[in-house]
Design a protein around this ligand. Structure first.
Ligand SMILES: C[S@@+](CC[C@H](N)C(=O)[O-])C[C@H]1O[C@@H](n2cnc3c(N)ncnc32)[C@H](O)[C@@H]1O
Length: 283
């Protein structure tokens, strides 16, 4: 990234508006749907990190090369995640959803906003322990190519492994987590057999369509970044990607309250935010 200016100017309303129009027209990304205060802070941080004067300089940079757009997405997104995060939800999936899946020949799962792969690790281990891994096809997706690149080789720092082990146990894990990775002095590398049936896809919940439907969609801690009045659109996109009878799991702090149909979702677990599409959806 080239240095253009040492001093970043405060972001103006006009600059923001033009930047949103630019991203919508050129890339289809709807930044207007995001929570504005935190978005503005993150854009200011991006400008400072890229040593740019304002959002117009950022537009020029982004448009000059696709790799700058990807680097922008990587800096602008919040990639915080952990293995078996929200362990009670993983336990609920293990107890309430897996028994349905075990009756099926094949299973397809979509992870949206999967970040650097810890959610994928958690899912793959759960499917392995419930003897579904060989029958499952997993699509792991994110807006950030850099995050997806990390998800392709799931590694977590040793400093985070104790939290992962604790979460794994709370999630109903049946073995020792260390069975699934090889440790080095600094990191834990998860075994590649866990990820043989995984496809990695760029997916923007504000615009992408994958052209297929899934038995289970996990989309946690992403909707929370959107303003409530705009959450209907990404939620409708998720529901469209659900098979009849398919399950949707969102984050513990998130809600379907702002979804205005179509499709008919039954509550499987209120506390763990798990829903099921009717077998005959009313699109
Ligand atoms: C806070 S992380 C959550 C990671 C994981 N789901 C979890 O709960 O631990 C949010 C993820 O959503 C991704 N994201 C942000 N905007 C997105 C969008 N429009 N479409 C798809 N993913 C997006 C970010 O790149 C980031 O990896």
């Amino acid at each position: 990234m080239q240095s253009e200016a040492k001093i970043t100017e405060p972001i103006t309303e006009k600059g923001l508006d033009d930047f949103y129009d630019f991203l919508e027209d050129k890339y289809g990304l709807h930044l207007r749907w995001y929570n504005q205060a935190s978005l503005k802070r993150r854009l200011e941080k991006v400008l400072m990190e890229f040593r740019l004067r304002d959002l117009y300089s950022l537009m020029l940079l982004i448009v000059s090369d696709r790799k700058h757009y990807e680097k922008f997405l990587d800096h602008f997104t919040v990639n915080v995640t952990e293995c078996f995060r929200e362990p009670k939800s993983w336990l609920e999936i293990r107890e309430s959803i897996i028994p349905f899946m075990q009756r099926q020949q094949n299973l397809s799962v979509l992870i949206v906003g999967g970040s650097t792969g810890e959610e994928l690790v958690s899912l793959a281990i759960l499917l392995e322990e419930t003897k579904l891994l060989n029958r499952a096809r997993i699509v792991c997706s994110d807006l950030s190519e850099a995050a997806l690149e990390q998800a392709r080789r799931p590694i977590i720092p040793r400093a985070k492994i104790m939290d992962a082990i604790k979460n794994y146990e709370l999630s109903g894990g049946q073995k020792e987590l260390e069975m699934y990775y090889q440790s080095t002095a600094t990191s834990c590398h998860f075994h590649s057999y866990l990820f043989e049936n995984v496809e990695y896809r760029h997916f923007d919940i504000t615009q992408s369509e994958l052209g297929e439907q899934f038995d289970l969609i996990i989309c946690r801690n992403l909707l929370i970044y959107f303003q409530t009045q705009h959450q209907h659109h990404p939620l409708a996109r998720l529901v469209r990607h659900l098979k009849p009878g398919g399950f949707l799991n969102i984050g513990e702090q998130e809600s379907l309250s702002f979804y205005r149909g179509p499709g008919n979702l039954q509550i499987v677990s209120t506390s763990q935010k798990i829903y099921r599409q009717d077998l005959i959806p009313s699109y």
